[in-house]
Structure formats: C-alpha cells, structure tokens
Write a protein that binds this ligand. Structure first.
Ligand SMILES: C[S@@+](CC[C@H](N)C(=O)[O-])C[C@H]1O[C@@H](n2cnc3c(N)ncnc32)[C@H](O)[C@@H]1O
Length: 229
C-alpha cells in the first residue's frame, strides 16, 4: 500500500513538474510570474483534508487565501530585505510561506517545521518541484529545509532565524507560553510575524497587518525582539 502511494505521489510530482516547467520556461522573469507558478504548484493540495484525523485544536489547518497575501505580510519585514537572512515558519503546513519567501526575498535558508506527516510529505514534494524548476532561475537559490517535528521540541533548529512566522490561531496556551519563552531567547532584532498576541517586555510590537486568510480577514502582529542591556 505504501509503495503504491509513493508511486502515485511520484507520478503526480512528475506530471505537475512538467506543467509548471513549461509555464515557467515561457516567461523570462521568474519573479514576475512567481505568484502564478506557486498557485499552480499548490492548486490541488488541500491542507484541511491532509490533516484529517488530527483532532487536537492546534492541528486545525488554515492558510492564506492567496499566495500574494504571504508576500503582502512579509513585505513589512526589514530583515528579509537584507541578503542571507534565515526565515522559519513554525507549523509550516504545505510550505507555502517557505516557497514564497524563497522566491521573493534574498534569504539563505527557508525552514519549515510541521508536525502532521502528510502535510510534511506534500511540502517535501513541492520542494522537489521548486528545486528542479524555480531554483535554477534564481540568482542565489536558498536552502529549503522541511522538517517533521514539534516546534517546541526542536528549538535548536530555528532559534537562529532572523524572521519567524507562526500562524497559530487555534494553538493551546501551553505550547504558546513555551514558545514565548523561546522567542525571548532569540537575538535582538529578530522579527516575529504572528496571528496571536504575545505580551512580553522582550517582544516589541511594531506593526499590525490585516491579511485575508481562508477563514476570513485576520489581524497579524509583527514583533521585534528587544533585549534590555
Ligand atoms: C494554521 S496552520 C498554518 C500553516 C502555514 N503556516 C500557513 O500559514 O500557510 C498551523 C499549522 O501548524 C501545525 N502545528 C501545530 N502545532 C504544531 C507543533 N507543535 N509543531 C509543529 N507543527 C505544528 C499544524 O499541523 C498546522 O499545519
């Protein structure tokens, strides 16, 4: 059964890759068509269906309505504009934010950490297409890392990031309290884009941005880590 599923996934990836390659090759600049290419990549991937069976509230799937919305949010970042920064999505789902950031900003790493295995596997498949079709068209293709893990238990994998994204509306208080403590350990200047408010003297709220999520309009917060001397 597993071999059959792997075979089907491989066939699907090959087919999708051909389609995307022919669209991308027909255009000169990848950044001009990046939203369309990424929409094409994800058009049949349904995160809510893939996470069925995971009943705890924090595994409820949600994402932005369109790829462009992720760009709108991250355009508010200063760190993503400087070359070689590291981006991380905590609870990265299908990996949409990771691939958008990898295409549109000069990052060195785009890290996505996701607990639900089926979502993680689709993200890995999209990474393969991305590396075959989009990376060769980028001036400095970043390293894309998708990891299947619990974000609270693998902080050594993401504490060095310059920009963190966490879309965590349904997450429980316990992991959020733990995450707040971990954010406070990050270096000064780290930017945290989040759907939830984090009250801490180390986290300075700098902006509120409304985005169109697939469940309606949602306010996101941009915090910057500020360490007192
Ligand atoms: C609302 S979705 C956001 C998906 C993606 N970041 C986006 O905005 O497009 C939240 C994701 O976090 C994942 N998640 C929840 N708790 C997690 C944990 N402790 N470790 C890793 N992933 C987690 C869920 O499975 C889900 O895919």
């Amino acid at each position: 059964m597993k071999t059959e599923n792997n075979f089907l996934l491989k066939t699907f990836i090959n087919q999708r890759e051909k389609e995307i390659k022919s669209f991308a090759n027909a255009h000169e600049s990848i950044s001009k068509i990046s939203f369309n290419v990424l929409e094409m990549m994800f058009k049949e991937a349904n995160g809510s269906r893939l996470s069925l069976g995971y009943k705890a509230p924090q595994y409820v799937y949600g994402e932005f309505e369109r790829i462009e919305e992720y760009y709108k949010l991250f355009s508010n970042s200063n760190n993503l504009k400087s070359p070689m920064s590291v981006f991380c999505d905590l609870g990265s789902g299908l990996g949409k934010s990771n691939l958008l950031v990898a295409t549109m900003f000069p990052v060195s790493q785009s890290i996505g950490i996701e607990y639900v295995p089926r979502l993680h596997h689709v993200a890995l498949a999209q990474k393969q297409i991305f590396e075959n079709v989009i990376s060769p068209r980028l001036e400095k293709p970043p390293q894309i890392i998708f990891q299947r893990n619990d974000v609270v238990r693998c902080s050594d994998q993401w504490l060095h990031s310059d920009v963190v994204f966490i879309n965590c509306v349904t997450w429980l208080k316990k992991p959020l309290t733990r995450l707040k403590k971990l954010f406070e350990e990050m270096k000064s200047g780290t930017e945290i884009f989040t759907s939830n408010e984090f009250k801490s003297s180390y986290l300075h709220l700098t902006k509120e941005i409304t985005c169109e999520a697939n469940w309606g309009l949602k306010k996101f917060y941009l915090y910057v880590v500020r360490k007192q001397n």
